[in-house]
Design a protein around this ligand. Structure first.
Ligand code: MN
Ligand code: MN
Length: 374
């Protein structure tokens, strides 16, 4: 067994670890990888937002490097999640609505594909044969960088990791103003299905996770409503053929491009074995609800003040909110807060993910989160 982390390239750039909040406002952050450049000037209208996204991306890259060097088998899941989020707080010490954690780290292991994280008092230990999807967000003025990578130590998983990596990059290549979302979805499916993997002597045809995918991102709003599914067949449940054919990517828009590959059925559902830990305020409809319980009122006030519509997790509910379950349930039942349960494929399956945040603007296609790792 190889004890070295696989799937990670070398980080060439030295890591800054200073407080990005204290940087003067006029500093230039490195831009992401640029494609299809049309002009050397940033569109004035969006330049503040683009600068914020670049700053947010710089923080994401530094935290990723730190995590990839630190994570090892036998560590506690809880400790890795806390260390990761604490690293974001060293870069953005205020960690408030102006800058900080965009959403809690998703730490989804093996057949769990998305939306798990350490719960309070989590006792799980990382194992040598685990394959972990590490998905976290940083934000500056609500401009969220949503970027994820896969961690494993077992060399047998390499093709599974390659499948989502290549699918995400093929999707990024097709992305652009007016690109057909159906075509991108199809490209993701075909790329992932071209892979197989042999694990413990058994060969698996790798499948895309058909009911998960990328999405548009707006300030303080991680899921904008457009989805770029890993398999176009699943649009059947949401859209007519005409609607799907006319679904195109838009100018001056931020997209998370993410793909998931699995040795399972290629379909995720709520995992009954894992407790729900991720939540956010329901920003889809503006609900005017007056909580009945005092603690629910307090909790809602706390979330409004510290997170607004940015996601949070139960691990963060300390100081007076240790007994969060009943108040949180009241808010979820009345649609003020939305819960995001862990999503898993079948038991004993394994899965991988790669995600990048890109921005489509007149200047070109900018892969904001692209770093030395993937
Ligand atoms: Mn993500
Ligand atoms: Mn995403």
């Amino acid at each position: 067994m190889n004890n070295k982390l696989i799937c990670i390239s070398k980080w060439e750039k030295s890591s800054l670890s200073i407080n990005l909040d204290s940087y003067p406002n006029n500093i230039m952050y490195n831009h992401g990888t640029l494609n299809e450049i049309k002009s050397n000037k940033l569109p004035i209208e969006d330049s503040d937002r683009i600068m914020d996204m670049r700053k947010s991306a710089e923080a994401h890259k530094q935290v990723r490097k730190y995590v990839q060097e630190m994570i090892k088998p036998n560590m506690k899941v809880f400790d890795v999640c806390e260390k990761l989020e604490n690293k974001i707080k060293t870069l953005f010490p205020n960690n408030d609505l102006k800058s900080g954690i965009g959403f809690p780290v998703s730490f989804s292991i093996n057949n769990c594909v998305a939306h798990d994280s350490a719960i309070p008092n989590d006792t799980r230990i990382i194992k040598e044969n685990d394959i972990i999807k590490v998905d976290f967000g940083t934000h500056v003025n609500g401009n969220i960088i949503d970027c994820a990578f896969t961690v494993a130590w077992n060399e047998e998983y390499k093709q599974l990791i390659e499948a989502s990596k290549n699918a995400t990059w093929n999707a990024i290549k097709l992305a652009g103003v007016d690109s057909s979302i159906k075509d991108i979805s199809n490209e993701i499916k075909e790329t992932i299905e071209s892979y197989e993997v042999e694990i413990k002597g058994k060969v698996y045809q790798i499948k895309p996770v058909s009911n998960l995918g990328g999405h548009d991102i707006y300030p303080y709003k991680i899921h904008g409503g457009t989805v770029i599914l890993c398999d176009p067949i699943k649009y059947n449940m949401m859209l007519s053929n005409d609607q799907l054919n006319s679904l195109r990517m838009k100018d001056n828009t931020c997209y998370a491009i993410e793909t998931f590959a699995t040795t399972g059925n290629g379909f995720v559902s709520n995992d009954p074995d894992l407790p729900t830990t991720l939540y956010s305020k329901n920003y889809m409809n503006n609900i005017n609800y007056n909580p009945k319980l005092n603690l629910s009122k307090k909790l809602l006030g706390y979330i409004n003040k510290t997170r607004s519509s940015l996601p949070f997790c139960t691990r963060w509910l300390k100081n007076g909110f240790q007994k969060y379950k009943v108040p949180l349930n009241e808010l979820v039942k009345n649609d003020v807060i939305t819960s995001y349960p862990p999503l898993s494929d079948i038991k004993d399956s394994l899965s991988s993910q790669l995600e990048h945040t890109i921005y489509l603007h007149e200047y070109g296609k900018e892969i904001l989160s692209h770093g030395d790792d993937n």
